[in-house]
Design a protein around this ligand. Structure first.
Ligand SMILES: [Zn+2]
Length: 63
């Protein structure tokens, strides 16, 4: 049987990955997911990631 694998564009790093999680309509690759989990809440990278995710959420709510 043919194994179908599709990739999705990650909302944070914008790379195409097959593995990851979905947050609302958006895709977050497993690497970014892990990275966010590891980051401290005070970390600028974490804040940046959250900001991006919030933007997506806002866009979803507006549409
Ligand atoms: Zn990613």
């Amino acid at each position: 049987m043919e194994k179908r694998e599709w990739t999705e564009s990650c909302v944070l790093c914008e790379c195409y990955e097959t593995r990851g999680i979905h947050i609302l309509e958006s895709f977050l690759c497993y690497r970014c997911e892990k990275a966010i989990v590891r980051l401290e809440p005070e970390d600028p990278e974490y804040l940046e990631a959250i900001k991006k995710l919030r933007k997506i959420k806002a866009a979803t709510l507006l549409s």
